[in-house]
Design a protein around this ligand. Structure first.
Ligand code: UD1
Length: 436
């Protein structure tokens, strides 16, 4: 198994280029199945989650080809017998977004049989809003043996869907199921994340008729068929935010390129508030910090609020800031699992329910850490980069799910990090010699 070894204490400086948005890519790759024609999708992040989803799409018979590392061609015209497809190739259970094949296969073939979703263990993560949406369109669903969900319909008819909870996944899934349904679908209390808009734009480029994505109310007029398209995915808001936090926590100066600054506003605002300095350009942001940061209060909320996917990275930064900060996690109930790891580095954080109370400390000391999930794993890497001395971060399989070339990009900023095999003492020694 692989792990990162890190020598902390260096200010990160330089430029980093952000990849395509993982969570938009997952919706878009699944959406490509809705047409029999070829979709060429650019700026696909080369991370484990997209590779797993593409393998699943290939396994049901679609032709999937990497044109280059970040450009994928998908042609679902080669899928046979769409009414009897099963999506269960072992790996699909490990990712959350396998459930997007429920929406797209249901939309196209009126039948979907997909292994129930996994993903990071950050809370209960039910899919009742997804199934409620499918039912509104005229589908039935059942959980069948082997931990799979089957959704089927004779016909799909547009309808009014009110979502009880703002859900990114359910909003995308209902869009996927509704674009080929007969008549008009209205999704109320829809999620407004940038990747919702990106999936809608992709579907519209295939001939769908979706209006209002990015607002609370999405209106979809069903069309008879969708056609080929070429599309480029938006930059990853959370990868960008992670590097912004890394610059702030290490007292660095980093230009983060290929971003949409508007998508980062909640993160930029909080960084400015705690004393880092964020400068926005057309498609990049610079984050500068002298390392003297101050406390703040944060509550995670659906977009445009502060993203739950940035909560651990922000906590790591706040735990190094003067004063007492409070973070309220309002989206996922189990998202403070990194706190015990950080405590071993000297952080002072106490958690009560969905609230973390953080008392800033002067610095962290290096420790051997275990990544509990994707974003918390990235946060621990930030902590290790800011810490005094050597750290290691194990279970980086979570981090590799969502960050492309994470260690390479950090090295490009002057960070001392190496990806090594767990029991490879020679590599560890070499790393120690190299970084001193
Ligand atoms: C997506 C993102 C994840 C991000 C999250 C919130 C992907 C692959 N993952 O996850 O990185 O952290 O959005 O921005 O895009 N809920 C229900 N019933 C449902 C669906 C959701 O109760 O049917 C609840 C969840 O438990 C959670 C909240 O709604 O408390 C938001 O979840 P949701 O937006 O659906 O998150 P995901 O789509 O799973």
């Amino acid at each position: 198994m692989e792990k990162y070894v890190i020598k902390g204490g260096r200010r990160l400086e330089g430029e980093v280029t952000i990849a395509g948005a993982k969570n938009a890519a997952l919706g878009i790759l699944a959406a490509a199945v809705l047409t029999d024609e070829e979709c060429i999708i650019e700026n696909v992040p080369y991370v484990q989650d997209t590779k797993v989803l593409l393998a699943a799409i290939e396994n049901i018979g679609a032709r999937v080809k990497y044109i280059d590392k970040h450009t994928v061609s998908i042609c679902a015209g080669t899928i046979r017998d769409g009414k009897h497809l099963e999506v269960d190739d072992g790996n699909i259970r490990k990712i959350r977004a396998g459930y997007y094949l429920l929406g797209s296969l249901l939309g196209k073939y009126h039948y979907a049989n997909v292994a129930l979703p996994g993903g990071c263990d950050i809370g209960a993560r039910p899919i009742d809003q997804h199934t409620k949406g499918f039912e509104s369109l005229g589908a039935n669903w059942e959980i069948v043996k082997g931990g799979k969900i089957v959704v089927r319909a004779d016909e799909l008819f547009g309808n009014h869907v009110y979502m009880d909870i703002v859900s990114v996944g359910a909003t995308i899934n209902i869009m996927l199921a509704a674009v080929l349904a007969q008549g008009k679908t209205t999704i109320e209390n829809a999620a407004k994340e940038p990747h919702i808009v990106d999936v809608a734009n992709f579907l519209n480029s295939m001939g769908a008729n979706i209006k209002g994505a990015g607002t609370d109310v999405i209106r979809i007029r069903g069309v008879e068929r969708l056609h080929k398209t070429e599309y480029s995915i938006i930059p990853d808001q959370i990868e960008a935010g992670t590097f912004m936090m890394m610059a702030a926590a290490t007292g660095g100066n980093v230009l983060i390129k290929n971003v949409i600054p508007k998508h980062l506003e909640a993160i930029s605002a909080k960084l400015n508030e705690i004393g880092a300095h964020v400068i926005e350009y057309d498609d990049s942001v610079r984050v500068m910090s002298d390392g003297r940061l101050k406390s703040t209060h944060i509550k995670t909320l659906p977009y445009p609020g502060f993203p739950t996917d940035m909560q651990p990275q922000m906590a790591v930064t706040l735990a190094l800031s003067r004063g007492t900060s409070i973070i309220t996690e309002s989206i996922f109930e189990n998202r403070f699992k990194y706190v015990s790891e950080l405590a071993r580095m000297g952080a002072r954080i106490s958690v009560e329910g969905n609230t973390a109370i953080i008392t800033g400390v002067e610095g962290y000391t290096g420790a051997n850490l275990v990544a509990p999930d994707l974003r918390a794993g990235a946060a621990l890497v930030i902590a290790a980069l800011a810490a005094d001395g050597f750290s290691s971060v194990e279970d980086i399989k979570y981090i590799l799910r969502g960050y492309e070339d994470f260690d390479g990009k950090i090295k490009g900023l002057g960070g001392a990090i190496e990806l090594i095999d767990d029991d490879d003492d020679r590599s560890m020694q070499k790393f120690r010699l190299k970084v001193g």
